[in-house]
Design a binder for this molecule. Structure first.
Ligand SMILES: Nc1ncnc2c1ncn2[C@@H]1O[C@H](COP(=O)(O)OP(=O)(O)OP(=O)(O)O)[C@@H](O)[C@H]1O
Ligand SMILES: [Mg+2]
Length: 361
């Protein structure tokens, strides 16, 4: 569907040549909701703008729907671009036109009759839940409603692909969810392929089936969402996931209030991560019945990604070193990843709270 191969983008600034995208290859299938996550300046927007050639790459190839876009004439490219809709963080609506007027404008070069255009606009506004706002001006709309107009406008020419550049970054969490739900509905009902740029793994977690993580112009890791969430390899991916699953905040809280831990000599703090069936097992109870190891849960989080439960716990294991060691082996045999936390570090890196009392678990 979308095939970007070895994409490089350079910008010539006064002082230097800036490599905004470095040798990036990604493949997006029809019907994917593909997330691109990274911090500011990572090159996400620049990369995504190569998909409709708003940004021409210095090297590489851009295939969309079987067409090599770099080979097209200007006229053919205009046609191809109509099938690639785009929405933005700040909506980019025309304030002097009504809601219907904004969507209607996107149909200016369509072959539909005036009457057909009117029906089309009304249909699109119905799809995005704004049937009653046709004659309202953008200034009278909430942020979420403005983005719905942006989506209706982007769908006007029946695109196969929708590019979303930080489309929910200006919205509150509840409105963000409602927009993400709308995108998911469009993906399911229209078979729309969606590319989502964001700096929040929360957004990726909510709707994407695949994700690429970008840093300094490169894709440092990519894959399907369940494998990336359960086994992130790159430190940056791990950081994004720890934030999305609130593990970072939990550790931070514990570091600020070490008295919560109330550790005895024989206690260790561990992080348990598990996927799928392991989450159904009464494992914690079995640690006590089998090994006399007690478990004090400090933090727990279960995410459901595409029907796969993914769990993260921070717990204190109490028992003799030998008992704890057996318990850890048992957990690992049940496909639970056990990571001993030797210290908890505050995000500001100003303070490290040691958790380890003895070396062996
Ligand atoms: N037209 C341009 N001219 C010069 N440099 C640019 C241009 N567009 C982007 N850049 C630079 O390229 C790099 C990547 O920018 P880009 O906007 O793609 O990042 P991003 O990941 O989308 O960031 P953000 O999350 O802030 O939107 C940045 O260093 C940026 O300053
Ligand atoms: Mg950007």
């Amino acid at each position: 569907m979308i095939d970007l191969k070895n994409i490089d983008v350079h910008f010539n600034t006064k002082e230097q040549v800036l490599h905004a995208v470095r040798d990036v290859s990604i493949h997006i299938n029809q019907g994917d909701i593909f997330g691109i996550v990274g911090y500011s300046g990572a090159g996400k927007s620049t990369l995504v703008r190569t998909i409709n050639l708003l940004q021409r790459p210095a090297n590489g190839s851009v295939q969309v729907n079987g067409q090599n876009l770099l080979d097209l004439t200007a006229k053919e490219l205009r046609q191809a671009r109509k099938k690639i809709g785009m929405i933005f963080q700040h909506f980019n609506l025309m304030n002097s036109r009504t809601v219907a007027g904004n969507v209607h404008y996107a149909l200016r070069s369509s072959n539909l009759s005036d009457e057909e255009k009117k029906i089309k606009v009304a249909d699109l506004l119905k799809v995005v839940g704004l049937a009653d706002k046709q004659d309202v001006y953008p200034s009278q709309l909430s942020g979420g409603q403005k983005q719905r107009v942006g989506i209706a406008r982007a769908l006007a020419n029946d695109p196969d692909v929708l590019l979303c550049d930080e489309a929910t970054s200006a919205l509150d969490p509840k409105t963000t969810l409602s927009i993400l739900e709308l995108l998911k509905k469009l993906n399911e009902e229209l078979g729309l392929t969606i590319v989502v740029i964001t700096h929040e793994m929360e957004v990726i977690k909510e709707i994407c089936n695949k994700v690429a993580v970008m840093e300094d112009g490169s894709v440092v890791e990519q894959g399907n969402i369940v494998s990336i969430f359960t086994d992130p390899k790159n430190p940056l991916t791990q950081e994004f996931i720890n934030t999305a699953t609130h593990i970072d905040q939990a550790l931070e809280k514990l570091a600020r209030h070490p008295s919560l831990l109330n550790l005895n000599r024989e206690d260790v703090v561990v992080r348990l991560s598990f996927v799928g069936e392991s989450t159904n097992e009464p494992l914690i109870a079995r640690l006590y019945s089998k090994f006399a190891v007690t478990t004090n849960i400090l933090y727990g989080d279960i995410e459901i990604l595409h029907d796969t439960p993914i769990g993260n716990l921070i717990v204190i294991l109490s028992g003799s070193a030998a008992q704890r060691s057996q318990a850890v082996h048992f957990l690992e045999s049940q496909n639970v990843t056990v990571q001993q936390l030797e210290h908890i570090q505050l995000a500001k890196k100003s303070k490290v709270v040691p958790l380890i009392r003895e070396k062996v678990i």
